[in-house]
Design a protein around this ligand. Structure first.
Ligand code: P6P
Length: 334
């Protein structure tokens, strides 16, 4: 395995192929999925970049399964991913935040041995105010018999993921992914339309610098959660204070903390007693990446990647980020 530095000019395609080379038994299907996701990401980036100009801002007026008003870009991003992924012959089914049921692969297309779960455009309520938004994806192997994927293939605990990643559409477009061999970041060079390796072997600092939590819900938290946030803010004198950074877009908040060290927390609150963020296509993939970068993630009781899912769109509380700070959370909440 060649060790790359951020100064090497390595495209994501070359990196994926080199990673595949570590597995003699690899069929290339997982590499194909990652490559096609990179293409979809470039297409979505193009739409997001021009959103303000093409007058596609604002809601499409329809609602998704979460009862949230869908932004038109949500629908477009969802369709881009489905159309980019459904005919490659590597998937047997997909699941999206924007679709209540699983998305089958048309019978006219070859079926593969993987399932793809994704949030096509997380944080989309921020689109109109130009706050970074993101795509999140998770890949698992099919565990049921027969060519077609089904719900059981989706409801696997997060430690069974074979790949996970996100794309952040911010000041630059970055794709960060893992296949279980570290977390690696690629920045889109729009002049050539290529994702280039910019953050090889990402490591999250063990002690966080940033705290990302919505303090407006403080009155709805349990006392242990309040005590934990006081600890993170340095108010009990047992830890240096973290800086508050919260933009309300999980991918943006997570990405900052991954690179700079920090904790993203979404405790249960009165509006979301079971937590707000979705387990399968938001918390599992980001937790996989965080652990691969040396961090940790739990829901207040259990490691996120060990939670046994029971429904496609189930939500969870999450505390994810720097290892030492998640350890503090375990001690104070567990
Ligand atoms: P709140 C965006 O709607 C989202 O799903 C995540 O991207 C973000 O972290 C969270 O919700 C923000 O939720 O309740 O703080 O506005």
């Amino acid at each position: 395995m060649v060790r790359h530095t951020a100064t090497s000019v390595v495209t994501i395609e070359r990196f994926i192929i080199e990673q595949e080379g570590r597995h003699p038994e690899a069929t290339g299907h997982l590499s194909g999925i990652l490559y096609d996701l990179g293409v979809a990401a470039k297409m979505i980036a193009n739409k997001v970049r021009s959103a303000g100009l093409a007058d596609i801002l604002g809601s499409a007026g329809t609602e998704n399964v979460q009862g949230e008003t869908q932004q038109k870009l949500d629908i477009i991003a969802n369709e881009i991913i489905v159309k980019a992924m459904d005919h490659g012959g590597r998937l047997c089914a997909m699941a999206s935040e924007e679709s209540e049921d699983i998305i089958p692969i048309p019978d006219t297309f070859k079926h593969g041995k993987y399932v793809l779960l994704f949030d096509p455009l997380d944080g989309s309520s921020n689109i109109d105010v130009n706050v970074p938004v993101g795509t999140i994806f998770s890949v698992m192997k099919k565990i049921t018999h027969g060519p077609r994927g089904c719900l059981k293939d989706m409801l696997q605990p997060g430690h069974r993921q074979v790949a996970a990643g996100y794309v952040i559409y911010g000041s630059s477009t970055m794709l960060v992914y893992t296949t279980g061999h570290g977390a690696h970041g690629f920045t889109l060079d729009p002049s050539i339309g290529e994702f280039l390796l910019s953050h090889p072997e990402i490591r999250i600092p063990e002690h966080g610098h940033y705290l990302s939590v919505n303090n407006a819900y403080e009155q709805h938290w349990t006392e242990p959660v309040r005590a934990l946030m006081r600890r993170y803010r340095g108010l009990d004198g047992k830890r240096e204070a973290m800086s508050g950074r919260y933009v309300g877009s999980m991918v943006a908040d997570f990405h900052r903390n991954l690179l700079g060290g920090g904790v993203f927390a979404y405790p249960p609150n009165s509006k979301n007693p079971g937590g707000k963020l979705r387990l399968l296509y938001e918390c599992n993939p980001l937790s996989f990446i965080c652990e691969q970068a040396g961090g940790a993630a739990f829901d207040g009781h259990t490691r996120i990647l060990d939670v046994q899912p029971t429904s496609l769109h189930q939500r969870t509380a999450i505390y994810v980020g720097s290892k030492c700070d998640i350890e503090i959370a375990r001690e104070m909440l567990g």
